[in-house]
Design a protein around this ligand. Structure first.
Ligand code: E4P
Length: 301
């Protein structure tokens, strides 16, 4: 699995690159905003050039247009301006730009992908929320599809009335089994003594359907499941498009998308810290350090 860092913060990119684990970088307009808001007089072209120089692998830079024509123009600009630096630019194109935001409908993303594919400009299709979108983007010729695992989890949790910020932090693990179980318990609280039994055998078909609808997004119960489904579809048809799991919020979610066989995981810097740490490792270091005898320490001069 390739590991990208999901940040536009140069210090984070340089640090992660020094660990020897980094295969690429993903940015988006929000990450660029976060990276530059505490700096003054940022020379954006030079800043992006420095990102491209720092890492050998693909650097995703996103367009901001809402029409196919506008996105293609911006993609050509990004590619011509920054690809010469280190031959590693990939342009991020939204899978659709939402007909409520642009007059031209939902197909602008696909049109742009198709055009850029013909021009040989590599693309990463962003804002993928379901496998069907990934299938269309692959057909249109994209190199990467980015399913937004964390935002999919947010949506499913919102359906059961959980709100980010009030009920769970951004980094919270999405436990779809727990959601399913608690939804059954809520359905008939007199049954909560049945905890642990196979609840689907106890409830009627209508009740089971009601719970399934509530805890899923059209039958998908987590962002990691979207990643697994896309992998399955691409492997059915030998598509070369790579799956780039994005919007990852915690270390366990990284594990789940890795288990699902994602080709790439783009991981926030903070989540990389969560991946490497464990309290028993910390305790182990403390006790090993306390047990060092002079004779052993003497070996190292
Ligand atoms: C990366 O390509 C995506 O833009 C990013 O992972 C989105 O993450 P978020 O849902 O935490 O904003």
């Amino acid at each position: 699995m390739k590991v990208f860092v999901d940040t536009a913060e140069l210090d984070e990119i340089k640090e992660a690159n020094s660990w020897g684990i980094l295969d690429g970088v993903t940015t988006n307009p929000s990450l660029i905003k976060k990276a530059v808001e505490n700096r003054s007089n940022v020379d954006m072209k030079e800043y992006i050039r420095e990102i491209c120089r720092t890492v050998e692998g693909p650097i995703s830079l996103e367009v901001i247009g809402l029409t196919a024509e506008g996105m293609v123009e911006q993609a050509e600009f990004l590619y011509e301006e920054f690809n010469p630096v280190n031959d590693n630019v990939v342009v991020k194109i939204p899978v659709n730009t939402n007909s409520s935001r642009s007059s031209s409908g939902d197909y602008e993303g696909l049109k742009a992908l198709n055009k850029l594919s013909g021009e040989g400009i590599p693309t990463n299709t962003t804002l993928i929320m379901k496998p069907e979108q990934a299938l269309l983007a692959a057909k249109a010729g994209t190199q990467y599809v980015s399913p937004f695992a964390g935002r999919i989890d947010d949506f499913i949790r919102s359906k059961v009335g959980l709100t980010r910020g009030e009920d769970y932090p951004k980094s919270a693990y999405h436990d779809s089994d727990w959601l399913k179980h608690s939804s059954y318990i809520n359905l008939k609280d007199r049954y909560d003594y049945l905890e642990g039994d196979d609840l689907e055998d106890i409830f009627s078909d209508e009740e089971v359907a009601e719970v399934r609808e509530k805890i899923s997004d059209a039958g998908i119960s987590s962002g990691a499941e979207v990643v697994a489904s896309i992998k399955q579809i691409f492997s059915n048809y030998d598509y070369e498009t790579e799956v780039l799991a994005a919007s990852l919020r915690n270390s366990r979610q990284v594990r789940e998308v890795a288990e699902a066989g994602t080709d790439v995981a783009t991981i926030p810097f903070k989540v990389m810290g969560e991946m490497i740490s464990h309290h028993k490792t910390e305790q182990g270091i403390i006790s090993f350090s306390e047990d060092v005898v002079d004779e052993y320490e003497g070996l190292f001069g």
